[in-house]
Design a protein around this ligand. Structure first.
Ligand SMILES: Cc1cc2nc3c(=O)[nH]c(=O)nc-3n(C[C@H](O)[C@H](O)[C@H](O)COP(=O)(O)O)c2cc1C
Length: 171
C-alpha cells in the first residue's frame, strides 16, 4: 500500500477545500505545497496536487513539475479547480496547456468545477476579473455587470473519480 499525500496551492480557498475533502476521504496527510520541501515527500508513494486555474494556467505548475521530474518513482495525480463549467475537451485543453509536449506529465489529471470568490480575491485578481467581464460583455453585446458576485459551484461529489483512481493506484 502506497502512502498518499495531498498538496494544494489555493488563493481563494476552493482548491484547499477540495484537497481537504480528498484527504479526509482517503485518510491521508494534507498540506499547502508552500509549506513543503522536496525532502518531506520521501515517504510518500502517491502525491495528489491541486490548484486553481488562472487565465488557463494551473497555479504552482512550475514547482510541481520540478518535483515530478525529481521523483519519477512516485505516482503524481493533479487536479485543477476552475469556474468554467466542464465541457467537451476543456479538461484535455487545460492538461495540454500546463503539461506541454516533452514535459513531465501526471499519471492522471482531473478538472473539478469550483466557482469565484471575490471576497477572498486579491486586488490584482479582482481587477483582472473586472476587465475579463467587461471584455466578455462587449463580445456578447450585453451590458457589463455593475457588481461582480461570488459563486460557489463546488461539490464533494466531483471528487469521486479522483478518489476511485487514487485508491486503485495506491494499492
Ligand atoms: C484572475 C482570475 C483568472 C481566472 N481564470 C480562470 C480560467 O482561465 N478558467 C477557469 O475555469 N477559471 C478561472 N478562474 C477561476 C478560478 O480558477 C477558480 O476560482 C479557482 O477555483 C480558484 O482556486 P483557488 O481559490 O484554490 O486558488 C480565474 C479566477 C481569477 C481570479
Amino acid at each position: 500500500m502506497k502512502k498518499v499525500l495531498v498538496l494544494y496551492q489555493s488563493k481563494t480557498g476552493f482548491s484547499q477545500r477540495y484537497a481537504e475533502w480528498i484527504a479526509e476521504d482517503l485518510g491521508c496527510d494534507c498540506h499547502s505545497a508552500r509549506d513543503v520541501e522536496p525532502v518531506d515527500l520521501k515517504d510518500y508513494g502517491l502525491i495528489v496536487y491541486g490548484a486553481g486555474i488562472y487565465a488557463g494556467m494551473l497555479a504552482g505548475a512550475r514547482r510541481i513539475k520540478n518535483w515530478m521530474e525529481k521523483s519519477p518513482d512516485k505516482i503524481w495525480v493533479v487536479f485543477a479547480t476552475g469556474a468554467t463549467p466542464p465541457k467537451e475537451g476543456y479538461e484535455e485543453m487545460i492538461l495540454k496547456t500546463n503539461f506541454r509536449e516533452g514535459e513531465v506529465k501526471p499519471a492522471h489529471f482531473f478538472y473539478l468545477l469550483s466557482g469565484i470568490n471575490y471576497e477572498k480575491m486579491g486586488l490584482l485578481d479582482r481587477l483582472l476579473m473586472f476587465f475579463f467581464s467587461r471584455m466578455d460583455s462587449r463580445k456578447r453585446g450585453s451590458q457589463a455587470p455593475t457588481k461582480l458576485t461570488s459563486i460557489d459551484l463546488s461539490s464533494r461529489t466531483y471528487t469521486q473519480d479522483l478518489l476511485r483512481y487514487v485508491r486503485l493506484k495506491a494499492k
